[in-house]
Design a protein around this ligand. Structure first.
Ligand code: 5GP
Length: 132
């Protein structure tokens, strides 16, 4: 059965899309740890990130860099951090989490309440600044 993220890539489940290319897709995390928390995933469905082929992993990482730079330009955090965990969804993904203050609790546990309009607006602002 297709993973929830494959369903998102295929458009069968809606997402706040940020960017995509032939091999990668980026969209806002539905339970953001901070404003602009973005997931970057390979289109190829693989559970464990480090089971990707080396060229797939490097392509995903370079794609994530472009998305992170777009987040930085759009939202002006101090910087954008990266977490890889993958214990919830069995489809490899990189979390990009903007850090707005040094004391920010940088973890997946802390969630930020954002309504649909705020999520749409964040996605639009980041999308405009991502240069693939
Ligand atoms: P992990 O597997 O690294 O623990 O985290 C999975 C992440 O995927 C979580 O942060 C969760 O909020 C996010 N997530 C799970 N289901 C969906 C979904 O249907 N849409 C979006 N945008 N994010 C999801």
């Amino acid at each position: 059965m297709a993973s929830i993220f494959t369903k998102i890539i295929d458009g069968n489940i809606p997402s706040y899309k940020i960017a995509e290319d032939d091999a990668c897709y980026a969209f806002l995390d539905i339970n953001p740890a901070a404003k602009g928390h973005t997931l970057v995933i390979p289109k190829k469905e693989t559970d464990y990130l480090f089971n990707l082929e080396p060229d797939e992993l490097s392509g995903l990482t370079l794609f994530a860099q472009k998305v992170a730079c777009g987040i930085d330009r759009a939202l002006q955090p101090i910087r954008t951090g990266l977490i890889v965990e993958g214990m919830e969804v069995p489809h490899a993904h990189i979390h990009l989490i903007p850090i707005y203050k040094p004391s920010q609790n940088f973890s997946l546990g802390k969630k930020t309440d954002l309504d649909e309009n705020q999520m749409k607006e964040l996605a639009r602002r980041i999308r405009e600044e991502v240069r693939l």
